[in-house]
Design a protein around this ligand. Structure first.
Ligand code: ZN
Length: 272
C-alpha cells in the first residue's frame, strides 16, 4: 500500500502567522518546519503501523515546509514537479491520498491564515464547486480512482475536507476565531492580515492525535475501501478563478476561466 501525503504549513498547530512562521525571512520559519515535519512523521508512523509499504511526502508549501533532516527515514520526499505539474506525481500505483498541515480555502469563516494558493484569490471553482488547495489535488485523485483517507489541519479545513470527500478521517489542530464577512472586496494585502487569530492545540498533543488517526484511516481503507467518496462532477470541466484587487500591484479585481473537455488533471495543467 503506497500512500501520498501532501503537506502545507499554514494549517499546522503552533504556526501563528504568515510573517514569522512560513517564509524564509520569518524568525520562526525553521521552528515552523520542525512542527510540520513532526506532524508529518506522526502520519507516516501511523500509516506504516497500519500496513503501508511506501509513503511519499509531497511538500506543497511554496517555500518548502519539510525539514528533510528530521523526516522519518522510511518516507520519500518529493519536491517539484515532472514535465506536467499536475497531478504532482500521483498515479494509479497509489492506494490513498492524505494531507497534513492544510488550511481552509479562501473565504472560509472561522479559518486561520485563510487562502487558496495566495491571498489574492477570492474563489476557485471547478464546474461551480468552490474548492481550495486540498480540493485541487483531491479532484485529481478522484480522476485516478485514489481515495482521500486522512485530512489534518485547522478545524474549518477539516469541515471542508469532510464535505468534499465524505468518509475522510480528520484531525483538527487549531480553530480560527474570525468570520470572513466583508472581505470579498478587500485587497490582497488586507486579506493577508485579516485572518490571523486562532486557538491552537499543543504540537505535542497533535502528533499523538495524527498518528492514531492515520492508523485508523489505513485500517478503514483495508476494511471498507468503498467508504471514501467524492463529489459528482461530469465533463466538460470548467475552472473559474476570481482574483482580488492588489494595492501593491495596482490591479483591479478580475476573473479567469478555462475549460477542458474531459480531464480535471489536464484542466489543472492549463496555466492560470
Ligand atoms: Zn497552502
Amino acid at each position: 500500500m503506497k500512500i501520498m501525503i501532501m503537506t502545507d504549513m499554514e494549517g499546522c498547530a503552533g504556526i501563528l502567522n504568515f510573517k514569522d512562521w512560513v517564509t524564509p525571512e520569518g524568525r520562526y520559519y525553521e521552528k515552523g518546519k520542525r512542527f510540520l515535519t513532526a506532524e508529518t512523521n506522526a502520519a507516516i508512523d501511523g500509516f506504516f503501523a497500519g500496513g503501508a509499504t511506501e509513503v511519499v511526502i509531497l511538500d506543497g508549501h511554496g517555500h518548502g515546509g519539510i525539514d528533510p533532516e528530521l523526516l522519518d527515514e522510511r518516507a520519500l520526499l518529493r519536491r517539484g514537479h515532472s514535465e506536467k505539474v499536475w497531478p504532482w506525481g500521483m498515479d494509479k500505483s497509489f492506494s490513498a491520498l492524505a494531507c497534513v498541515g492544510q488550511h481552509a480555502k479562501a473565504g472560509t469563516p472561522y479559518s486561520h491564515l485563510t487562502h487558496t494558493q495566495n491571498c489574492g484569490v477570492i474563489d476557485y471553482r471547478v464546474n461551480g464547486l468552490s474548492i481550495g488547495e486540498y480540493g485541487q489535488l483531491a479532484l485529481c485523485a478522484m480522476e485516478l480512482g485514489i481515495p482521500c483517507i486522512l485530512a489534518c489541519g485547522e478545524k474549518a479545513f477539516t469541515k471542508e475536507a469532510e464535505e468534499l470527500t465524505p468518509g475522510v478521517l480528520t484531525v483538527a489542530v487549531k480553530e480560527g476565531l474570525l468570520p470572513d464577512d466583508g472581505f470579498r472586496d478587500c485587497t490582497t494585502e488586507a486579506y493577508e492580515n485579516a485572518k490571523l487569530s486562532a486557538i491552537h492545540l499543543s504540537p505535542g498533543k497533535v502528533v499523538k492525535m495524527i498518528r492514531e488517526t492515520a492508523f485508523k484511516a489505513i485500517e478503514k481503507l483495508k476494511k471498507s475501501p468503498n467508504a471514501f467518496h467524492f463529489p459528482k462532477l461530469s465533463p466538460p470541466y470548467r475552472r473559474e478563478v476570481e482574483f482580488r484587487a492588489s494595492s501593491e500591484r495596482k490591479t483591479q479585481p478580475y476573473s479567469k476561466s478555462v475549460e477542458h473537455p474531459d480531464s480535471i488533471i489536464e484542466l489543472m495543467n492549463i496555466p492560470w
